[in-house]
Design a protein around this ligand. Structure first.
Ligand SMILES: C[S@@+](CC[C@H](N)C(=O)[O-])C[C@H]1O[C@@H](n2cnc3c(N)ncnc32)[C@H](O)[C@@H]1O
Length: 372
């Protein structure tokens, strides 16, 4: 998710925003309005839910927020929808929405973090929209693995059923320049941004990822799948899947200045609906207002020539089991090889970010106390 404060396309290509996924515990009504105004997101989920829900099904809307997915499931004939959310205020909005639409009797709002929630029955379908722009930067692997194991009936379905994340080397020079200036749109200027970085213990502004629309014309190679999560298979998401180290190899398809990597996801929501956030046509409304792309910058841009090889090792780790669900560290390191000779290396990491950066870290136990 990203932090643009308007639901219309009030943003530009390569404009740099702070990573909203890292602030998910502080999302307010304005942020939920942004989600509700995101046509790409809304159309995909509305269509998929109408396709996946059969009359009489029981449904869990995990992270129900303002209840829009729950409402669509009820309209499609669900006999009961459980809506879980850790945010009491948005859960109240969800209840009001569903009651106003005449479905209050069949909606069970549950306040809490999903790990702490039990249901009176296993459900036929779990719908959720808890993906970040890198797919797993809002902790969805551990959350959905737990829900699938404890709350989904045998043979039950998940929406989304499958999610892939992609990484591609890019020449995003404007975005890089904005990061270098320490001036993300929503950081309050270079001085407050520098203070955020200092509190975070970040080595530089390049040791953070950003939310940026990165045009396809900046690609220096063909995107590669970094992770694939197949929620349709029972053993698809072992707990260890949340931490990984993935080597990815690229061959440059043109000359350009490598400034970093673009990350994005494609989610299969139903048999006929794929939600692909890689689009860059802002004027044509083909971009998602609430997910921009993930930009993983490198500190020193590297000129590359067509045919050069770019090696990237991308890692995710959860520094602390208690906070790891909502906080993680990413590392992106690698090298450029030109005519058989390594010409540059890069190493960036958000490792310190998990401790205290863009908002207070809340342990799950603290969260539970606050929200119960
Ligand atoms: C991106 S919003 C989506 C809200 C709504 N489903 C929609 O589509 O508009 C994700 C919501 O999930 C909630 N959430 C995320 N992880 C959760 C968890 N493990 N347990 C409970 N709520 C969670 C957040 O508080 C937030 O309201």
């Amino acid at each position: 998710m990203t932090s643009t404060a308007t639901s219309t396309a009030g943003y530009q290509p390569e404009q740099v925003w702070l990573p909203a996924s890292e602030q998910l515990l502080e999302w307010d009504e304005g942020f939920h309005d942004l989600l509700l105004g995101d046509e790409v997101r809304m159309t995909a989920f509305r269509t998929a839910i109408a396709e996946a829900v059969r009359p009489g099904m029981t449904v869990l809307d995990l992270g129900t927020g303002t209840g829009i997915l729950a409402l669509w499931a009820l309209q499609a004939g669900a006999k009961r929808v459980y809506g879980i959310d850790l945010n009491a205020s948005v859960l109240q909005t969800a209840t009001e929405r569903v009651v106003a639409a005449g479905y209050g009797e069949r909606f069970s709002p549950i306040h809490g973090v999903s790990f702490d929630v039990s249901l009176p029955e296993r459900v036929d379908l779990v719908v959720s929209e808890i993906m970040g722009n890198l797919a797993d930067n809002e902790g969805f692997v551990a959350i959905l693995a737990d829900v699938r194991q404890r709350l989904l009936a045998d043979g039950g379905l998940m929406v989304p059923s499958r999610v892939e994340s992609y990484l591609v080397p890019v020449a995003a020079e404007q975005a890089h320049e904005q990061v270098s200036r320490g001036d993300p749109v929503d950081a309050g200027g270079p001085v407050p941004f520098a203070e955020r970085l200092r509190r975070r213990g970040a080595r530089s502004p390049f040791d953070l990822y950003y939310d940026v629309i990165i045009p396809v014309c900046t690609y220096l190679a063909t995107p590669r799948v970094a992770r694939l999560y197949n929620f349709a298979a029972p053993d698809c998401i072992p707990p260890a899947a949340a931490a990984y180290r993935v080597p990815l190899a690229y061959t440059a398809c043109r000359d350009g200045i490598l400034t970093g990597f673009k990350g994005y996801f494609v989610a299969t929501l139903s048999d006929t609906v794929a939600l692909d956030i890689s689009g860059d046509d802002i004027a044509g409304r083909a971009t998602s207002d609430s997910w921009k792309h993930c930009y993983l910058p490198i500190a020193e841009p590297v000129p590359v020539r067509r045919g050069d090889r770019i090696g990237l090792t991308f890692s995710r780790s959860c520094p602390d089991e208690a906070t790891g669900v909502f906080r993680q560290s990413y590392q992106w390191e690698g090298q450029v090889i030109s005519q058989g000779t390594p010409v540059a290396r890069f190493t960036q990491s958000t490792a310190e970010a998990s401790q205290d950066v863009l908002g207070p870290v809340k342990q799950r136990s603290v969260l539970t106390n606050e929200t119960s």
